[in-house]
Design a binder for this molecule. Sequence first.
Ligand code: ZN
Length: 377
Amino acid sequence: MRQQDYRFIALGGGNETGGSCYALKFGGSRIMLDTGMRYSPDHSVRVPDITPLYTDWGLDGLWDLDALIFSHAHLDHTGALPVFMRSLHGVGIYSSEATPDMLSALYHDNFFSPLKRDIASMSDTFITLKYGETHTLKDFAVTLYPAGHMPGAAMTLIENEDCRVLYTGDFCTFEQYTVKGAEIPEVKIDALICESTYGYGTPPGKLNLYYIADRINTLLAKGDVFTCTVRNSGKAAEISAAVSECISRGMIPEIDIWVDAMCEKSCRACEKWGTRKIFGEHVKPMERYSHGMMGMIITGRPSGRMYNLSLNMSNHADSYEIMNLIKITKPDRVIFVHGVPYEKGTHHIVNEVRERYGEAVEAVHSVNSEEINLLKE
Ligand SMILES: [Zn+2]
């Protein structure tokens, strides 16, 4: 096995969160993982820089790729697809079964959508793989495992007889209200490509019912209707499920939860592919709202209302979950992506792995456009 036959490059989402797009030289094959867009602070959109594939890897076009595999539907992992779709002609695009539906719902709801094109018809062309089933593509095999981050999110295991790589995508090992926790494959991995959104410090945490109930009771004491503004429509299902849970446990009064048009389609997709029914007794589409009712409006629009419930929630792994993943999969090399890289002397997941495992596990943080070995040196 030759080192130069197994290489990794981040075309976006290496030393930053968002814009995820990675490429693997995997034996005789060239594989792309995700192709996301990234919002700059000025709200302009950036797509992955695929130049190294031409200059360094000798591709004539993206049509030379052997596969494009999506980890999940979030736009920071899929949003650049409309830009690249034409040059992907003939390339197999793979995802979990739920991802095409989730993707077209997110594009439908997408609040900014500068790249919005006919994503629904693009996602119709995806080849979907069932979790846990191994498919042989060209000279490598792919198996998807539930990643727990959102309905349809997958960890991608790629292997041939020489090498086994696991790409986590975004993952979460704890059960959320609409999706079960990740199922980690119990196999020895050569290289782990691992998200590190919370490589530094502590995530905002999972939704806490006691906190939510306390906030809602306080808001209801002030007025009959309040809003809950979400930054992306994907959070709406999870929040409406958590508030429904508060109602059924008697922690808050029997209020109505109205989901506005910007969030409805993704809630319906979550209902189809997640673990929980969303719409029903308490959760209703916004059109059912009429003046004088008591409850909560979930909206993608910053509301002018005085009373707003803002909830910070994480559906990403924290450092404990990442360390546990490493313990189970025993990688020789860990390439951290989708996060801010460490600086010397600060606490970061890269340092934590180095301190715990020493020479046994080689931990590095990827940098955009810098090609590195996939395998331990
Ligand atoms: Zn995500």
